[in-house]
Design a protein around this ligand. Structure first.
Ligand SMILES: Cc1cc2nc3c(=O)[nH]c(=O)nc-3n(C[C@H](O)[C@H](O)[C@H](O)COP(=O)(O)OP(=O)(O)OC[C@H]3O[C@@H](n4cnc5c(N)ncnc54)[C@H](O)[C@@H]3O)c2cc1C
Ligand SMILES: Cc1cc2nc3c(=O)[nH]c(=O)nc-3n(C[C@H](O)[C@H](O)[C@H](O)COP(=O)(O)O)c2cc1C
Length: 459
């Protein structure tokens, strides 16, 4: 049966050929799909021509300037992307050709909180960044010892990794207009569009001072006032966590020939639904006994019912969490202002898992907004309430001490929750930070910050 044998041989050859073809087809498909997915992954990453604008902001100003930088590049027809330093890792730096950083400095020469993860996972490492060109707009204030320290730290690190500065760090002292013009000029040079429209400085609006009420009569501390302001022009909106910038222009200081007065910032303590911006302001005194520029204007000099120049600055770093996660709110003194706005927004959203931990000096004089807080507690909107008065007993007791006593519950809440801290940078914020480190461990606290679940509005 030779023919059959031949047939059987043909069939074997045919079968082998089919297997080979199927195998080749499989290989081709695999290679193609791999190539396609690589192509997709590459497409998902910013193209090398994209100029990325990366910001790190504590109280919103760097973010505002980054948005303006981004808009300028866009208007010049430049491919650009805007992102927070929170979202930047070594891989982002390695695949980028051009980054414009806008970063502020906070604390005592520290990086803003949202940059905590970047500082930990990137700044300590070595990597080759020879393809990266960058520029830095560094925000700071010369009244602090470590002027623009984080901007310079970032610059030094980038240089050590072989990245090339497009031009020197542009330092901005307290919003200095000349430095900002310089940065805009550099953007013009970079884009080849020297006639980019000038950035508009956010304009002050006209508000009326409708209430001023002393909240702590007889206090051992400085007088604190509840202040309310209503818009004179169109109604305005804002989010809890935002900041009111006041222009103390009519103060007695101006009469002394100080024409260009710096603005002052105050955490907004109310919601738009309240119909007014409410502030909690402590009257400050200068070493010579004169009232502070901004606080003096709001608490003494500006006549009731008079006009106050105010503008709202978004501060997304301190906006409330978007979901109903358990929220631990810690503050002392006027820090209650920002916490009050957040509590109001949680109450309005029906979110009950709130824990307020507030500290002041004496319960009799300094328990600001006591009725409101106790009303929220009775209605179940403040699930846990701790108030600590430092001078109501022989030894000094502060919020951080209470926090340590409640360590177990703190761990439970922060397992899935968030912690917001508002108020004094001296004493309170570092004390609370140290207590949280002790309770959770330094690494866990850093991860909490990197995940945006540890936020601070401290000054
Ligand atoms: C994000 C943010 C939110 C804030 N929220 C609030 C808030 O809700 N409530 C609130 O009351 N404050 C708040 N502040 C603080 C507020 O912005 C002002 O710093 C505060 O009111 C003091 O400013 P002033 O103009 O009244 O005083 P200034 O005139 O600036 O004086 C302030 C103090 O600085 C010292 N000082 C000033 N100049 C000198 C000098 N030449 N030499 C030595 N010492 C000097 C003095 O001790 C004086 O008491 C906030 C700050 C920030 C950054
Ligand atoms: C609590 C606090 C601490 C600050 N510490 C510093 C500092 O150490 N060095 C500095 O140059 N500026 C410091 N500043 C000034 C800020 O960098 C400056 O106000 C900046 O414009 C804030 O930008 P941001 O709103 O984006 O965080 C500090 C400001 C605050 C409120």
């Amino acid at each position: 049966m030779p023919s059959l044998g031949l047939l059987a041989g043909d069939a074997r050859i045919l079968a082998a050929a089919c297997v080979a073809i199927a195998y080749l087809a499989f290989c081709a498909l695999t290679v193609r799909s791999h190539w396609q997915s690589t192509k997709l992954a590459a497409a998902a990453q910013p193209t090398t021509a994209t100029t990325q604008v990366v910001y790190a902001s504590q109280t919103g100003f760097a973010q505002q300037l980054a948005e303006q930088t981004f808009a300028s590049l866009q208007s010049a027809g430049h491919a650009t992307a805007l992102l927070s330093l929170r979202a930047v890792g070594l891989d982002t730096l390695q695949r980028s050709q051009r980054i414009l950083f806008v970063v502020s400095t906070t604390g005592e020469g520290d990086a803003p909180d949202p940059a905590a993860g970047f500082v930990r996972t990137v700044l300590g490492h070595s990597v080759t960044l020879a393809n990266l060109r960058y520029a830095i707009l560094a925000l700071g204030d010369r009244e602090y010892d470590n002027f623009c320290a984080f901007g310079h730290r970032l610059d030094t690190w980038l240089r050590h990794q072989g990245a090339h500065p497009l031009f020197d760090v542009v330092e901005v002292d307290n919003g200095d207009a000349a430095a900002l013009r310089h940065w805009q000029h550099q953007l013009g040079v970079l884009t080849g569009e020297p006639d980019l429209p000038d950035w508009e400085t956010p304009r002050y609006e006209r508000w009326r001072l409708t209430q001023r009420r002393l909240l702590n009569e007889g206090s051992a501390g400085g007088p604190c006032f509840h202040i309310a302001l209503q818009p004179l022009d169109a109604a305005r909106t804002w989010t809890a966590g935002d900041i009111a910038e006041i222009d103390p222009r009519n103060s007695t200081w101006e009469a002394h020939g100080n024409a260009a007065l710096p603005h002052r910032e105050y955490s907004i303590a109310s919601l738009p639904e309240d119909g007014a911006i409410e502030l909690l302001v402590r009257e400050m005194r200068r070493p010579d006994g004169a009232a502070g520029l901004g606080s003096g204007w709001l608490t003494r000099d500006a006549p009731l019912d008079s006009e106050v120049a105010l503008r709202i600055r978004g501060n997304s770093n301190f906006h409330p969490p978007t979901d109903a996660v358990p929220l631990l709110l810690i503050g002392s003194g006027t820090g209650l202002a920002g916490l009050r706005a957040i509590l109001k927004s949680r109450v309005a959203a029906g979110q009950r898992r709130n824990w307020l931990l507030f500290g002041e000096r004496n319960a009799t004089c300094d328990y600001f907004y006591r009725d409101e807080i106790e009303r929220w507690q009775r209605a179940g909107f403040i699930e846990q309430l701790d108030v600590v008065f430092s001078r109501d007993q022989p030894e000094r007791r502060y919020v951080q001490h209470r926090l340590l006593e409640r360590a177990e519950l703190v761990r439970e809440w922060l397992d899935s929750g968030a912690v917001y801290v508002c108020g004094s940078l001296e004493g309170m914020a570092p004390g609370v930070d140290a207590a949280l480190q002790q309770i959770l461990g330094a690494a866990a606290l850093e991860s909490l910050a990197a995940a945006g679940r540890y936020r601070r509005d401290v000054y």
